[in-house]
Write a protein that binds this ligand. Sequence first.
Ligand SMILES: NC(=O)c1ccc[n+]([C@@H]2O[C@H](COP(=O)([O-])OP(=O)(O)OC[C@H]3O[C@@H](n4cnc5c(N)ncnc54)[C@H](O)[C@@H]3O)[C@@H](O)[C@H]2O)c1
Length: 388
Amino acid sequence: MYVEHRLFPQFRLTAVADTCPEKLRWIRDNLGPEIECFSSAQAMLDSGKIDACIVTTPHFMHPEHVIMCLQHGIHVMCDKPAGVHILQVQQMNAEADKHPDLVFSIMLNQRTNCAYRRLREIVSSEEYGKVRRINWTVSNWYRSRYYYNSFDWRGIWNGAYGGTIVDQCTHQVDLWQWIFGMPDKVTCRMGFGVHHDIEVEDEVSAIMEYGNGCMGSFNLSTSIPNGQNILEVNLDAANITVKGSSIFAEKFCMPEQQWQKSPRGIYEKPAVEPEVELPTDGENRQHKGVLEAWINKILGKGEGANDGRDGLASIMLSNAMYMSAFTEKTIKLPLDGDAYYKELMKRVSASKTKPPVSDPLAAVRETFSVKDPRQIDKYFGITEVKQH
Ligand SMILES: NC(=O)c1ccc[n+]([C@@H]2O[C@H](COP(=O)([O-])OP(=O)(O)OC[C@H]3O[C@@H](n4cnc5c(N)ncnc54)[C@H](O)[C@@H]3O)[C@@H](O)[C@H]2O)c1
């Protein structure tokens, strides 16, 4: 995106730090000698070659690397998730508070999807009343054994510190709390390495409970080849469904509470209008949009960048899901960061070490196999603005 397709003219890639020598060699061979390569983050940050940094190291390293950037006076974009446990993310956020002059942002790219943004407006404005029930099934992040074998850190507690909840579905965990707010209680069951030879979870079922009686069910799997991502929300006066970047509504003739109070036939339901697609602004700019907003904010040219500190909320929710599965108890939020850290470390200390991967460049080659710039937007799931 940065180099081959020059998507960001205001931004120049000057340096890369990676501890993997094969990847640095690949960068030198493929992206040109003008990009300086460093074998440690510290060396790159000390070099004076960069004024902004994108942190895309394994999840648990994000807070450490973000803190290093901030302490070097460097603007920073943290890839998702913010980290793997509450304590380290709180530490990162406390450091960010000391540097209000630096732009600290986070790659919560799914928040740019017009359908989720529209749903968030519907929920906060209560235009169809309050949310009663949420059902979200996310089984379209299929991952194979080959995927887990292609990374030396994924699939094990002492590497990824979690499975799909901190990796692929970290996006939906974030969207859940961003759209519906933080639940009061979470009860969660997980299957650890059910369909893959991994230590961490590949199957998840959670119940989210809110103080006002709203209940949600959140089901995640990475082992279904033709999985789906369907979010159904039942409100007082409509049923809403989100599929991809489209949002649909079935409106009731009157709010259900009002209907039940007046005398009707004993099995009679409120009339429901046929399902319609709701208009949105059609924008779904994903990584490109989040990066542009960050760059513009650094250049003093605009608002709209994600605040990096926002990453804590989804870590709080995901840690509560793990805590419930580990302890087989219902967890009240907010969760105590120390208590979760102790539970997590029990898994980490019992974790196996993975052998080095046989082909460290497999994932790099796969990403760079998309050579046609017109295909890049498709690859990253970006939808261009549609006119409604
Ligand atoms: N926002 C998104 O849609 C999205 C998509 C993919 C990945 N990610 C995130 O990006 C991160 C990396 O994922 P990936 O798939 O690229 O993994 P990866 O293993 O391909 O990349 C991580 C890189 O970090 C390097 N590294 C490890 N320790 C290091 C250290 N101490 N200093 C410098 N470099 C170090 C590794 O050698 C490797 O090249 C993850 O946190 C993941 O969640 C986000």
